[in-house]
Design a protein around this ligand. Sequence first.
Ligand code: HXC
Length: 258
Amino acid sequence: MGYHTITVEIDDYVALIRLNRPDALNALNSELLGELSTALTEADANDKVRCIVITGSDKAFAAGADIKEMSQKSYVDVFEEDLFTGPTEAILRVRKPIIAAVAGYALGGGAELAMTCDFIIAADNAKFGQPEINLGVIAGIGGTQRLTRFVGKSKAMDMNLTGRFMDAEEAERSGLVSRVVPVAKLVPEAMSVARKIAEKSQIAVKAAKEAVNRSYETTLREGLQYERRLFHSLFATDDQKEGMAAFLEKREPQFRDR
Ligand code: HXC
C-alpha cells in the first residue's frame, strides 16, 4: 500500500515503520495517524511479521500532535472526533510486540505514542517532553497517566507543569526507556532486538506482552493470578515441550508457534 507520511519495510520477520514528515519534525496529523493505524493493523495480520519497530528520523521521533491542524479546532470538534483515541486504540489492539526506537524529539503526542508502544529504545540524542502546557492545554493521550507510571509522580508533575525536556540519560535512569544507544546505532539495535523477539515462540511472546501490560491495568493480586494462569496454559503448547527439551539436549529450540 502506498503511504504518504510513513514508510513500511518488512525484513526478516520485523516490520520497520518510519514516521516520515521531515518538514514538520514528524508532527502527528490525521493523515499520519490514519496511515500508522492501517500499517499496524496490517502488520499484526501479516504472517511475515513477528515484531514491529516504530521510528522517526535522527532529529525527531515526533514533535507532537500537529499544532497547525489542531489550532483552530473547537471543543465540539475535538470532543466529537475524540482526537487521537482511534489511533491509540489501534496500537493497543496489536498483539505482536511494538518497540519504539526514539531519536531526537519525542514531545507531546510523540512521547505519548512512544509510551503506548511496548517498550522504548532511545538514541543518546533523544529528548522526551510534555510541552502541551506551553500551548495552553495538557497532554491528551497518556502524558499525565502513562508517564506517571513510568517515572513516578514527581518527575511526571515536573514535566507536565513546566514542559521541560528529559534527555536520554535521565529517561533511562527514570525507567522511561529500556536502553540508550548512539544515534547511528539506534535502528540497527532496535531491529536486532526485534529479531531476537521474532525467534521466540510467538505464543509465549504474546502471553508475556499481555501479562506485563496487565500489570498496568489491575491489582498485584489479580495480575499475579493472570500471570499464573497464562504460565499454566503454556504447558499446553508444543513450544513448551520443545523449549525445555532443547535446553536439556543442549541445542537451540525450533519453535513452531503452536
Ligand atoms: C506542527 C511542527 C510541530 C508540531 C515542529 N513543527 N513541531 N508543526 N506541529 N507539533 C514544524 C515547525 O513549525 C517548523 O515548520 C518545522 O517543524 C521545524 O520546527 P522548528 O521549530 O523550526 O525546529 P527547531 O527550532 O529545531 O525546534 C524543534 C522543537 C519545536 C523544539 C521540537 O519545533 C517545537 O517546540 N515544536 C512543538 C512541540 C510541541 O509543543 N509539541 C506538543 C504538541 S501538542 P516551518 O514550516 O515553520 O519550517 C500535543 C498534544 C497531544 O502533542 C494530545 C493529543 C490528544
